[in-house]
Design a protein around this ligand. Structure first.
Ligand SMILES: Cc1ncc(COP(=O)(O)O)c(C=O)c1O
Length: 422
Protein backbone atom coordinates (compact mmCIF):
# COMPACT_ATOMS: atom_id res chain seq x y z
CA UNK A 1 0.00 0.00 0.00
CA UNK A 2 1.43 3.36 -1.04
CA UNK A 3 1.07 5.96 1.66
CA UNK A 4 2.47 9.42 1.53
CA UNK A 5 3.85 11.49 4.38
CA UNK A 6 2.75 12.01 7.16
CA UNK A 7 1.23 8.52 6.87
CA UNK A 8 3.67 5.61 7.05
CA UNK A 9 3.59 1.85 7.07
CA UNK A 10 5.70 0.70 10.01
CA UNK A 11 5.69 -3.09 10.40
CA UNK A 12 2.26 -3.23 8.76
CA UNK A 13 0.79 -0.65 11.16
CA UNK A 14 -0.29 2.89 10.30
CA UNK A 15 1.81 5.67 11.79
CA UNK A 16 0.94 9.36 11.60
CA UNK A 17 3.96 11.64 11.59
CA UNK A 18 5.85 9.15 13.73
CA UNK A 19 3.01 8.21 16.10
CA UNK A 20 1.36 4.79 16.07
CA UNK A 21 -2.34 4.84 15.19
CA UNK A 22 -2.77 1.84 17.52
CA UNK A 23 -1.37 3.84 20.44
CA UNK A 24 -3.65 6.79 19.68
CA UNK A 25 -6.70 4.52 19.53
CA UNK A 26 -5.71 2.87 22.82
CA UNK A 27 -5.03 6.17 24.56
CA UNK A 28 -8.09 8.16 23.44
CA UNK A 29 -10.58 5.50 22.37
CA UNK A 30 -12.40 5.35 19.07
CA UNK A 31 -13.74 6.86 16.95
CA UNK A 32 -11.16 9.62 17.08
CA UNK A 33 -10.17 12.35 14.62
CA UNK A 34 -6.40 12.64 14.22
CA UNK A 35 -4.75 15.63 12.51
CA UNK A 36 -1.19 16.19 11.38
CA UNK A 37 -0.13 19.71 12.32
CA UNK A 38 2.87 19.55 10.02
CA UNK A 39 0.78 18.66 6.98
CA UNK A 40 -1.61 21.55 7.63
CA UNK A 41 1.37 23.91 7.75
CA UNK A 42 2.82 22.35 4.61
CA UNK A 43 -0.44 22.73 2.66
CA UNK A 44 -0.70 26.40 3.62
CA UNK A 45 2.92 27.10 2.67
CA UNK A 46 2.55 25.26 -0.63
CA UNK A 47 -0.49 27.25 -1.76
CA UNK A 48 0.82 30.52 -0.40
CA UNK A 49 4.08 30.13 -2.28
CA UNK A 50 2.30 29.31 -5.55
CA UNK A 51 -0.22 32.16 -5.46
CA UNK A 52 2.45 34.70 -4.53
CA UNK A 53 4.72 33.50 -7.30
CA UNK A 54 2.12 34.55 -9.89
CA UNK A 55 0.51 37.49 -8.04
CA UNK A 56 2.28 38.87 -4.97
CA UNK A 57 -0.74 40.82 -3.66
CA UNK A 58 -2.64 37.71 -2.64
CA UNK A 59 -4.29 36.75 0.66
CA UNK A 60 -5.38 33.31 1.76
CA UNK A 61 -8.45 33.21 3.98
CA UNK A 62 -9.05 29.86 5.62
CA UNK A 63 -12.70 28.78 5.17
CA UNK A 64 -13.23 27.92 8.81
CA UNK A 65 -16.32 25.82 8.10
CA UNK A 66 -13.98 22.98 7.10
CA UNK A 67 -12.72 22.58 10.66
CA UNK A 68 -13.10 25.06 13.50
CA UNK A 69 -11.09 23.37 16.22
CA UNK A 70 -9.37 26.33 17.85
CA UNK A 71 -5.96 24.65 17.49
CA UNK A 72 -6.41 24.30 13.74
CA UNK A 73 -7.48 27.94 13.51
CA UNK A 74 -4.41 28.85 15.51
CA UNK A 75 -2.00 26.82 13.37
CA UNK A 76 -3.28 28.54 10.24
CA UNK A 77 -3.13 31.96 11.90
CA UNK A 78 0.53 31.34 12.73
CA UNK A 79 1.13 30.51 9.06
CA UNK A 80 -0.39 33.82 7.96
CA UNK A 81 -3.96 32.83 7.05
CA UNK A 82 -6.92 35.12 7.52
CA UNK A 83 -10.48 33.84 7.93
CA UNK A 84 -13.53 33.29 5.81
CA UNK A 85 -16.38 32.85 8.32
CA UNK A 86 -19.92 31.88 7.40
CA UNK A 87 -21.60 32.24 10.79
CA UNK A 88 -21.31 34.46 13.86
CA UNK A 89 -20.14 31.34 15.72
CA UNK A 90 -17.19 31.00 13.35
CA UNK A 91 -16.41 34.68 13.89
CA UNK A 92 -16.50 34.12 17.65
CA UNK A 93 -14.16 31.11 17.44
CA UNK A 94 -11.75 32.92 15.09
CA UNK A 95 -11.55 35.91 17.44
CA UNK A 96 -10.94 33.46 20.30
CA UNK A 97 -8.10 31.93 18.26
CA UNK A 98 -6.43 35.35 18.05
CA UNK A 99 -7.45 36.64 14.63
CA UNK A 100 -7.98 40.40 14.44
CA UNK A 101 -11.47 41.51 13.29
CA UNK A 102 -9.86 43.04 10.19
CA UNK A 103 -8.56 39.57 9.28
CA UNK A 104 -12.05 38.07 9.17
CA UNK A 105 -14.43 38.26 6.23
CA UNK A 106 -17.96 37.18 7.06
CA UNK A 107 -19.93 35.70 4.17
CA UNK A 108 -23.42 34.79 5.25
CA UNK A 109 -26.70 34.01 3.62
CA UNK A 110 -30.06 34.57 5.31
CA UNK A 111 -28.44 36.66 8.04
CA UNK A 112 -30.71 38.00 10.78
CA UNK A 113 -30.74 41.52 12.18
CA UNK A 114 -29.35 40.36 15.54
CA UNK A 115 -26.54 38.51 13.83
CA UNK A 116 -25.65 41.66 11.90
CA UNK A 117 -25.52 43.62 15.16
CA UNK A 118 -23.02 41.09 16.53
CA UNK A 119 -20.94 41.21 13.33
CA UNK A 120 -20.85 45.00 13.18
CA UNK A 121 -20.01 45.23 16.90
CA UNK A 122 -17.20 42.75 16.28
CA UNK A 123 -15.84 45.02 13.50
CA UNK A 124 -15.32 42.17 11.06
CA UNK A 125 -15.61 42.68 7.32
CA UNK A 126 -18.94 41.74 5.80
CA UNK A 127 -19.53 40.20 2.39
CA UNK A 128 -23.16 40.94 1.52
CA UNK A 129 -25.43 38.32 -0.05
CA UNK A 130 -28.62 40.31 -0.72
CA UNK A 131 -29.93 43.83 -1.18
CA UNK A 132 -32.03 43.53 1.97
CA UNK A 133 -29.02 42.42 4.00
CA UNK A 134 -27.24 45.60 2.93
CA UNK A 135 -30.24 47.69 3.99
CA UNK A 136 -30.24 46.05 7.43
CA UNK A 137 -26.50 46.68 7.79
CA UNK A 138 -26.86 50.34 6.85
CA UNK A 139 -29.75 50.67 9.29
CA UNK A 140 -27.44 49.56 12.12
CA UNK A 141 -24.31 51.44 11.04
CA UNK A 142 -22.31 52.35 7.95
CA UNK A 143 -19.19 50.19 7.87
CA UNK A 144 -15.91 51.40 6.35
CA UNK A 145 -15.82 48.46 3.96
CA UNK A 146 -18.43 46.42 2.14
CA UNK A 147 -17.86 43.46 -0.11
CA UNK A 148 -20.61 41.98 -2.26
CA UNK A 149 -20.97 38.32 -3.15
CA UNK A 150 -21.73 38.08 -6.86
CA UNK A 151 -23.38 35.08 -8.44
CA UNK A 152 -21.31 34.80 -11.63
CA UNK A 153 -24.08 32.70 -13.20
CA UNK A 154 -21.86 29.63 -13.43
CA UNK A 155 -20.89 27.12 -10.75
CA UNK A 156 -18.93 23.88 -10.44
CA UNK A 157 -18.26 21.24 -7.80
CA UNK A 158 -18.03 17.60 -6.76
CA UNK A 159 -21.77 17.29 -6.05
CA UNK A 160 -24.95 19.21 -6.78
CA UNK A 161 -25.08 20.44 -3.17
CA UNK A 162 -21.51 21.72 -3.44
CA UNK A 163 -22.18 23.96 -6.46
CA UNK A 164 -22.65 27.45 -5.10
CA UNK A 165 -23.34 29.63 -8.13
CA UNK A 166 -25.70 29.54 -11.09
CA UNK A 167 -29.43 29.95 -11.65
CA UNK A 168 -30.65 27.34 -9.14
CA UNK A 169 -28.44 28.50 -6.32
CA UNK A 170 -29.48 30.77 -3.44
CA UNK A 171 -26.17 32.61 -3.10
CA UNK A 172 -25.13 36.03 -4.28
CA UNK A 173 -26.34 39.08 -6.12
CA UNK A 174 -26.84 38.98 -9.87
CA UNK A 175 -25.33 41.22 -12.51
CA UNK A 176 -28.54 43.23 -13.02
CA UNK A 177 -28.69 44.29 -9.34
CA UNK A 178 -24.99 44.75 -8.77
CA UNK A 179 -24.63 48.42 -9.72
CA UNK A 180 -27.61 49.43 -7.56
CA UNK A 181 -26.24 47.60 -4.54
CA UNK A 182 -22.78 49.19 -4.76
CA UNK A 183 -24.35 52.60 -5.46
CA UNK A 184 -26.50 52.27 -2.36
CA UNK A 185 -23.47 51.49 -0.21
CA UNK A 186 -21.44 54.30 -1.80
CA UNK A 187 -24.17 56.87 -1.22
CA UNK A 188 -24.53 55.74 2.39
CA UNK A 189 -20.85 56.58 2.97
CA UNK A 190 -19.05 53.26 2.61
CA UNK A 191 -15.45 54.03 1.61
CA UNK A 192 -13.82 50.73 0.66
CA UNK A 193 -15.07 47.90 -1.49
CA UNK A 194 -14.46 44.29 -2.34
CA UNK A 195 -16.15 41.90 -4.72
CA UNK A 196 -16.42 38.16 -4.13
CA UNK A 197 -17.61 34.91 -5.66
CA UNK A 198 -17.52 31.29 -4.55
CA UNK A 199 -18.57 28.91 -7.29
CA UNK A 200 -18.35 25.57 -5.49
CA UNK A 201 -16.15 22.93 -3.91
CA UNK A 202 -13.95 20.08 -5.04
CA UNK A 203 -12.87 21.77 -8.29
CA UNK A 204 -9.78 20.52 -10.15
CA UNK A 205 -10.36 22.21 -13.45
CA UNK A 206 -8.94 25.72 -13.80
CA UNK A 207 -11.39 26.27 -16.67
CA UNK A 208 -14.25 26.65 -14.18
CA UNK A 209 -12.42 29.46 -12.38
CA UNK A 210 -11.50 31.09 -15.69
CA UNK A 211 -15.11 31.07 -16.85
CA UNK A 212 -16.54 32.34 -13.56
CA UNK A 213 -13.83 34.95 -12.99
CA UNK A 214 -14.35 36.28 -16.52
CA UNK A 215 -17.97 36.99 -15.60
CA UNK A 216 -17.03 38.37 -12.18
CA UNK A 217 -14.53 40.79 -13.73
CA UNK A 218 -16.99 41.90 -16.42
CA UNK A 219 -19.41 42.75 -13.64
CA UNK A 220 -16.61 44.48 -11.67
CA UNK A 221 -15.81 46.61 -14.74
CA UNK A 222 -19.44 47.61 -15.14
CA UNK A 223 -19.62 48.61 -11.46
CA UNK A 224 -16.35 50.53 -11.74
CA UNK A 225 -17.51 52.34 -14.90
CA UNK A 226 -20.94 53.24 -13.55
CA UNK A 227 -20.08 54.15 -9.97
CA UNK A 228 -16.37 55.05 -10.03
CA UNK A 229 -15.67 52.47 -7.32
CA UNK A 230 -12.21 50.91 -7.25
CA UNK A 231 -11.96 47.52 -5.64
CA UNK A 232 -9.53 46.92 -2.78
CA UNK A 233 -9.85 43.19 -3.37
CA UNK A 234 -11.31 40.61 -5.67
CA UNK A 235 -12.10 37.41 -3.81
CA UNK A 236 -12.28 34.26 -5.95
CA UNK A 237 -13.66 32.04 -3.17
CA UNK A 238 -12.49 28.57 -2.24
CA UNK A 239 -13.14 25.15 -3.68
CA UNK A 240 -9.71 23.89 -4.76
CA UNK A 241 -10.05 20.12 -5.01
CA UNK A 242 -8.01 17.55 -3.13
CA UNK A 243 -7.55 13.90 -4.13
CA UNK A 244 -9.75 11.54 -2.13
CA UNK A 245 -8.49 8.34 -3.76
CA UNK A 246 -4.98 7.02 -3.17
CA UNK A 247 -4.33 6.78 -6.91
CA UNK A 248 -5.62 10.32 -7.69
CA UNK A 249 -3.10 13.01 -8.56
CA UNK A 250 -2.62 16.20 -6.62
CA UNK A 251 -3.71 19.30 -8.46
CA UNK A 252 -0.88 20.87 -10.49
CA UNK A 253 -0.81 24.18 -8.64
CA UNK A 254 1.83 25.76 -10.84
CA UNK A 255 -0.15 25.20 -13.99
CA UNK A 256 -3.41 26.16 -12.25
CA UNK A 257 -2.17 29.43 -10.78
CA UNK A 258 -0.13 30.44 -13.81
CA UNK A 259 -3.20 30.15 -16.04
CA UNK A 260 -5.60 31.70 -13.55
CA UNK A 261 -3.42 34.69 -12.70
CA UNK A 262 -2.36 35.16 -16.35
CA UNK A 263 -6.04 35.50 -17.19
CA UNK A 264 -6.86 37.74 -14.23
CA UNK A 265 -3.96 40.10 -14.92
CA UNK A 266 -5.04 40.44 -18.57
CA UNK A 267 -8.61 41.21 -17.58
CA UNK A 268 -7.58 43.69 -14.87
CA UNK A 269 -5.53 45.55 -17.49
CA UNK A 270 -8.16 45.35 -20.21
CA UNK A 271 -10.86 46.64 -17.83
CA UNK A 272 -8.69 49.29 -16.13
CA UNK A 273 -9.35 47.79 -12.71
CA UNK A 274 -5.86 48.58 -11.36
CA UNK A 275 -4.12 45.98 -9.24
CA UNK A 276 -6.43 45.01 -6.39
CA UNK A 277 -5.51 42.29 -3.93
CA UNK A 278 -6.69 38.84 -4.96
CA UNK A 279 -8.14 36.71 -2.16
CA UNK A 280 -8.86 33.00 -1.99
CA UNK A 281 -10.90 31.11 0.61
CA UNK A 282 -9.73 27.49 0.61
CA UNK A 283 -11.07 25.25 3.31
CA UNK A 284 -10.45 21.61 2.52
CA UNK A 285 -7.18 22.27 0.69
CA UNK A 286 -5.49 23.12 4.00
CA UNK A 287 -6.98 20.45 6.25
CA UNK A 288 -8.66 17.55 4.41
CA UNK A 289 -5.62 15.36 3.82
CA UNK A 290 -4.17 16.22 7.21
CA UNK A 291 -6.97 14.43 9.07
CA UNK A 292 -8.13 10.84 9.45
CA UNK A 293 -10.71 9.07 11.58
CA UNK A 294 -9.60 5.98 13.49
CA UNK A 295 -12.51 3.63 14.03
CA UNK A 296 -12.70 0.15 15.54
CA UNK A 297 -14.38 -2.82 13.87
CA UNK A 298 -17.17 -4.02 16.15
CA UNK A 299 -18.82 -6.58 13.87
CA UNK A 300 -18.10 -8.70 10.83
CA UNK A 301 -21.19 -10.32 9.40
CA UNK A 302 -21.84 -12.25 6.22
CA UNK A 303 -25.09 -12.22 4.31
CA UNK A 304 -25.83 -14.19 1.14
CA UNK A 305 -24.77 -11.07 -0.75
CA UNK A 306 -22.02 -9.31 1.11
CA UNK A 307 -19.54 -9.19 3.95
CA UNK A 308 -20.48 -6.30 6.18
CA UNK A 309 -17.92 -4.66 8.42
CA UNK A 310 -19.46 -2.64 11.25
CA UNK A 311 -17.37 0.16 12.79
CA UNK A 312 -17.93 2.53 15.69
CA UNK A 313 -17.95 5.69 13.51
CA UNK A 314 -21.11 6.55 11.59
CA UNK A 315 -22.45 9.42 9.55
CA UNK A 316 -22.71 11.24 12.86
CA UNK A 317 -18.85 11.26 12.67
CA UNK A 318 -18.37 11.78 8.92
CA UNK A 319 -21.43 12.64 6.86
CA UNK A 320 -19.79 13.18 3.46
CA UNK A 321 -20.34 9.65 2.09
CA UNK A 322 -24.03 9.66 3.13
CA UNK A 323 -24.67 13.27 2.11
CA UNK A 324 -22.74 13.51 -1.15
CA UNK A 325 -21.87 9.90 -1.96
CA UNK A 326 -18.26 10.96 -1.39
CA UNK A 327 -15.42 8.48 -1.62
CA UNK A 328 -13.05 8.22 1.34
CA UNK A 329 -10.17 5.78 1.27
CA UNK A 330 -10.42 3.19 4.07
CA UNK A 331 -7.38 1.25 5.21
CA UNK A 332 -6.78 -1.33 7.91
CA UNK A 333 -4.51 0.65 10.21
CA UNK A 334 -3.78 -2.40 12.37
CA UNK A 335 -2.70 -4.62 9.42
CA UNK A 336 -1.95 -2.58 6.35
CA UNK A 337 -0.57 -5.47 4.34
CA UNK A 338 -3.44 -7.92 4.86
CA UNK A 339 -4.90 -9.76 1.88
CA UNK A 340 -7.46 -7.57 0.11
CA UNK A 341 -11.08 -8.58 0.68
CA UNK A 342 -14.30 -7.01 -0.55
CA UNK A 343 -16.34 -5.39 2.21
CA UNK A 344 -19.21 -3.01 2.81
CA UNK A 345 -18.27 -0.77 5.74
CA UNK A 346 -21.12 0.56 7.86
CA UNK A 347 -21.67 2.55 11.02
CA UNK A 348 -23.80 2.11 14.14
CA UNK A 349 -26.69 4.43 13.22
CA UNK A 350 -30.19 3.17 12.72
CA UNK A 351 -30.21 4.27 9.05
CA UNK A 352 -29.58 2.23 5.91
CA UNK A 353 -27.62 5.18 4.53
CA UNK A 354 -25.05 4.87 7.32
CA UNK A 355 -22.48 3.24 5.05
CA UNK A 356 -18.95 4.46 4.31
CA UNK A 357 -18.17 2.14 1.41
CA UNK A 358 -19.81 -0.52 -0.72
CA UNK A 359 -17.90 -3.43 -2.30
CA UNK A 360 -14.56 -1.95 -1.33
CA UNK A 361 -11.24 -3.84 -1.39
CA UNK A 362 -9.70 -3.42 2.05
CA UNK A 363 -6.88 -5.34 3.77
CA UNK A 364 -8.55 -8.20 5.66
CA UNK A 365 -10.20 -7.28 8.96
CA UNK A 366 -11.60 -9.06 11.97
CA UNK A 367 -13.55 -7.78 14.95
CA UNK A 368 -11.25 -5.49 16.93
CA UNK A 369 -9.26 -4.36 13.86
CA UNK A 370 -8.54 -0.65 13.61
CA UNK A 371 -9.55 1.14 10.41
CA UNK A 372 -8.54 4.59 9.20
CA UNK A 373 -10.94 6.68 7.13
CA UNK A 374 -8.62 8.95 5.21
CA UNK A 375 -9.01 12.63 4.21
CA UNK A 376 -11.37 13.42 7.03
CA UNK A 377 -9.74 16.63 8.26
CA UNK A 378 -12.25 18.82 6.40
CA UNK A 379 -16.00 18.64 6.98
CA UNK A 380 -15.55 15.75 9.40
CA UNK A 381 -15.93 17.05 12.93
CA UNK A 382 -17.45 20.32 11.70
CA UNK A 383 -20.40 18.43 10.16
CA UNK A 384 -20.67 15.86 12.94
CA UNK A 385 -23.75 15.50 15.10
CA UNK A 386 -25.21 13.69 18.09
CA UNK A 387 -27.70 11.89 15.86
CA UNK A 388 -29.02 8.70 17.46
CA UNK A 389 -27.83 10.28 20.73
CA UNK A 390 -24.22 9.39 20.13
CA UNK A 391 -21.75 11.72 21.85
CA UNK A 392 -19.25 13.32 19.45
CA UNK A 393 -15.75 11.84 19.15
CA UNK A 394 -12.53 13.36 20.44
CA UNK A 395 -9.90 15.14 18.35
CA UNK A 396 -6.15 14.64 18.56
CA UNK A 397 -3.35 16.52 16.85
CA UNK A 398 0.06 15.02 16.11
CA UNK A 399 3.02 17.33 16.06
CA UNK A 400 6.67 16.33 15.60
CA UNK A 401 6.16 12.77 16.80
CA UNK A 402 3.89 13.57 19.75
CA UNK A 403 0.11 13.41 20.13
CA UNK A 404 -2.06 15.94 21.95
CA UNK A 405 -5.73 15.73 22.85
CA UNK A 406 -7.40 18.88 21.47
CA UNK A 407 -11.04 18.08 22.14
CA UNK A 408 -12.49 15.74 24.72
CA UNK A 409 -14.90 13.02 23.73
CA UNK A 410 -18.44 13.95 24.64
CA UNK A 411 -20.27 11.80 27.19
CA UNK A 412 -23.88 11.03 28.01
CA UNK A 413 -24.11 14.15 30.19
CA UNK A 414 -23.42 16.20 27.04
CA UNK A 415 -26.53 14.67 25.50
CA UNK A 416 -28.58 16.19 28.29
CA UNK A 417 -26.80 19.58 28.21
CA UNK A 418 -29.24 22.42 27.69
CA UNK A 419 -32.33 20.26 27.95
CA UNK A 420 -34.96 21.45 30.39
CA UNK A 421 -37.32 18.96 31.97
CA UNK A 422 -40.74 20.53 32.54
C1 LIG B 1 -18.15 31.12 0.84
C2 LIG B 1 -17.27 29.92 0.88
N1 LIG B 1 -15.95 30.09 0.78
C3 LIG B 1 -15.10 29.04 0.83
C4 LIG B 1 -15.57 27.73 0.95
C5 LIG B 1 -14.55 26.63 1.04
O1 LIG B 1 -14.71 25.58 0.16
P1 LIG B 1 -13.61 24.44 0.11
O2 LIG B 1 -13.50 23.83 1.47
O3 LIG B 1 -14.10 23.47 -0.90
O4 LIG B 1 -12.31 25.08 -0.28
C6 LIG B 1 -16.94 27.53 1.03
C7 LIG B 1 -17.48 26.15 1.12
O5 LIG B 1 -18.62 25.86 0.86
C8 LIG B 1 -17.82 28.64 0.99
O6 LIG B 1 -19.15 28.48 1.07
Amino acid sequence: MVLSWPYENVDDRLFIDGVSSMDIARRYGTPVYVYSENLIRKQFKKLNEKVRKYYPKTRLLYAAKANTNINILNILREEGAEIDAVSPGEVFLSLAAGYKPSQILFTGTSVSYNELIYLLDSKVRINVDSHSQLERILDIEVPELISIRINPEFGAGHHEHAITAGPNVKFGIWDQDSVDVYNRALKAGVKNFGIQMHIGSGIFDVGSYLKASTRLLEIAKKIHDKTGISFDFIDLGGGIGVPYKLEDDQINLDDFMERLFGHIKNKLNEYNLGSPEIWFEPGRFFVAEAGIILTRVTTVKMTPYKTWVGVDAGFNTLIRPALYGSYHEIITASKLGGKLKKYDVYGPLCESGDVFAHDRDIPEVSEGSLLAIMNSGAYGYSMSSQYNSRPRASEVVVKDGKDYLIRERENFEDLLKGQIMI
